[in-house]
Design a protein around this ligand. Sequence first.
Ligand SMILES: Cc1ncc(COP(=O)(O)O)c(C=O)c1O
Length: 379
Amino acid sequence: MKFNTKVIHAGVEPDPATGAIMTPIYQTSTYVQEEIGKHKGFEYSRTGNPTRAALEASIASLENAKFGACFGSGLAAIDCIIKMLNPGDEVISTNDLYGGSYRIFKTIFEKYGIKFHFVNMLEVENVKNCINDNTKLIWIETPTNPMMNTIDIKAITKMVSSKDIMVGVDNTFATPYLQRPIDLGADIVMHSVTKFLGGHSDVVMGALVTNNDQIADEIYRIQNSSGAVCGPMDSFLVLRGIKTLHLRVQRHCENGKKVAKFLKTHPKVDQVFWPGFEDHINHDVAKSQMSDFGGMVSFTLVGDDLEQAKKIVSRTKLFTLAESLGGVESLIGHPSTMTHASIPREERLKSGVKDSLIRLSVGIEDSNDLINDLENSML
Ligand SMILES: Cc1ncc(COP(=O)(O)O)c(C=O)c1O
């Protein structure tokens, strides 16, 4: 099946009990056994639930992977990956990582003896120079949140292909519609399903997919042992959201492009970060590994004026001031005081997250209304 067919059909079968075309919400914690060990494939809903199973199969299929696992949040999915490691193991990650990923690495896992390195991954050489015998995971986020840096997945997976190092990719910003890291050699792909996959700002969820049998066994062992699973109602909502993923992301891309171009010519705007610009750092990488450039756009203001940035984010009417991204409605955020507040100022400035940086999740409304809204907020 091609992608646009998979979003409608992959993982989803008519309900065997009733023929219902939509996967029912199996709101049950347990399953009756005819006799000890004789059941219909499900025993207990932490271990497996039919609604969740359909979603896991759907997301795996979209990413061209064999195995999928869903979690209570994107961070619970990342938590599962790091739990595959042992004390003494080392992780190399990008230095403009999503703040919550940075926080779980630094404040949860570092105290269990796992070491994290944050490097500028725009240069693959920086990753290479950081690898040692203890390196067990390379954690890529691309495009990054909020600087929209694109990291060359293929170059990194190629570089470590002969080594015992897993490569994981946070594919939240791109979605499988635009970028499929498994095809580029990644071992694990992670999603904050909360964002574009859910698409309607009504669910918090995470997912992992892999093609590797051993990694899948570990994921399912940890998913069941730690128990950070999502519920059947949320699984149903995401199954429904995924059916329009291709249409939504296409419109996010179209609107994102128009908004990015508008901002680029605005006299109060200093820099605009959107991977589709030819002068955007690593634009060539974005062009080769993504089929379009997405609807996430960040920008800074002339003079890096914090107060002016605060005014803009409180003045917009259609761009609602809120954390999160990837829903049908446009959102506006101020990374340094919101999503990235957990990163020390010095660290975030190093990666370009200035005080005036504003991040937009461009929704699927009429693009003229969105541009007017931004224009009015900057008067
Ligand atoms: C790129 C990225 N990764 C991971 C996460 C964490 O996901 P969740 O909020 O679903 O736990 C987020 C949340 O904003 C994100 O933007």
